[in-house]
Design a protein around this ligand. Structure first.
Ligand code: SF4
Length: 384
């Protein structure tokens, strides 16, 4: 297929595909799926070999958010029965983080619900980082605390934050349909503040919210323009009790095409398979490792993922290897420029997954979304 040959050549040269080429990837048929995965897999292996970076989410503060992001179980007015708690103590967060590191995670993503941190919150997170680093000095810390005010990025950097995550989520044109309490420009501003402070920028998307192919290509191209170091690709988890509860638009094949398109547009950037992989990709999850070079280990913020042990077995069975602490994630030309080992964080709020093909729009699949009951903020051990 000429399209795929062209995209592989461009990917190997780190050249940007055209919008038409990116759209054409999304329009390929199921018959062409394995060719698409094989082509994008060549680009993935060129820049990341067969390594898979593991990241571990710690939800520092859960629920009770004043913002109204439609996809989020922690949003204002959410009726999802999630755990709600205010800031974890530093030692509680460090204990949760240690479980992830013991499972093989090299990055810990510290997430808090809310519009953005207060200066006092930045102090709290700084103490938490200290506690985590006391136990695991080499772990990469990513923070995902919402929109940053002036000076906060620098304070977080000085506290030991390596990367900051703030997803664009969807295209600028449709952003107001998803969230009304802040804007796409607010999120772009936080990504820029992250980069100006010298931290590694992590920003990605949520697919399956009813967006068009053009919307997906728009947000993925915007992220390339912003030159982020990592791109988490989430597949909507339609939580009961949120406005998007009945949006079951993805098939495993569609999810793979989206990941392939992201890989072609971001050949040498950490592409992270994020929330929703279990429920949307289901038995095709291992194929996604040929496209993404990074995954979350174990559970998500407010929903349960597959067991960490199952993640590790999947990686080994598919012929990939877990990236160790001493390996820099990003290729040298990027890590030197960004001062970064690559990586990313989860979305603030939700990016946990969901399933697919059998259900159509307007049909809820409560059987597939397990609200998180274990780990941080509970007496039950985390799932890693
Ligand atoms: S995504 Fe973040 S800002 Fe939006 S409602 Fe959820 S916790 Fe709040």
């Amino acid at each position: 297929m000429d399209l795929l040959n062209t995209l592989v050549e461009k990917g190997l040269r780190r050249e940007l595909p055209t919008r038409e080429e990116a759209l054409a990837v999304l329009a390929t048929s199921d018959d062409e799926l394995l060719d698409v995965v094989a082509a994008a897999g060549r680009v993935r292996r060129k820049w990341f070999g067969r390594r898979v970076k593991l990241n571990y989410l710690v939800n520092l503060k859960s629920g009770l958010c004043p913002e109204d992001c439609s996809y989020c179980s922690q949003r204002l007015g959410s009726e999802t029965g999630i755990l709600k708690y205010t800031w974890l103590k530093p030692e509680q967060a460090a204990e949760a983080a240690a479980a992830g590191v013991a499972g093989g995670a090299k990055r810990v993503c510290l997430v808090a619900s809310g519009r953005g941190p207060t200066d006092r919150d930045v102090d709290r997170v700084s103490k938490t980082i200290e506690a985590i680093k006391e136990q695991n000095a080499d772990v990469e810390v990513c923070a995902c605390l919402g929109l940053l005010s002036d000076g906060q990025a620098e304070r977080l950097r000085d506290a030991g934050v390596y990367a900051y995550s703030n997803n664009l989520n969807t295209s600028e044109a449709t952003y107001a349909d998803i969230t009304t309490t802040h804007t796409y420009a607010d999120r772009v501003d936080t990504v820029r503040k992250t980069q100006e402070a010298g931290m590694s920028a992590c920003s990605g998307l949520i697919s399956g919210m009813g967006e068009t192919d053009e919307d997906l290509v728009d947000v993925v191209f915007s992220l390339r323009e912003l030159n982020v170091d990592s791109v988490p690709v989430n597949f909507l988890i339609p939580f009961e009790g949120t406005p998007l509860a009945k949006e079951w638009n993805l098939t495993p094949q569609r999810a793979l095409r989206i990941l392939a398109m992201v890989r072609f547009v971001h050949p040498d950037v950490e592409v992270r398979l994020a929330g929703g992989r279990e429920i949307h990709l289901r038995s095709l999850q291992p194929l996604a490792l040929h496209l993404a070079n990074s995954i979350f280990l174990g559970d998500y913020l407010t929903s349960e993922g597959q067991e960490g042990k199952a993640d590790l077995a999947m990686i080994a069975d598919a012929g990939f290897e877990v990236e160790d602490m001493g390996t820099t994630t990003l290729p040298a030309h990027r890590s030197e420029a960004a001062g970064c080992g690559g990586g990313s964080c989860g979305p603030c709020g939700d990016g946990d997954g969901q399933p697919a093909a059998q259900a159509g729009p307007d049909e809820a699949r409560t059987d597939l979304v397990a609200v998180r009951r274990r780990g941080a903020g509970t007496d039950l051990p985390p799932n890693a």
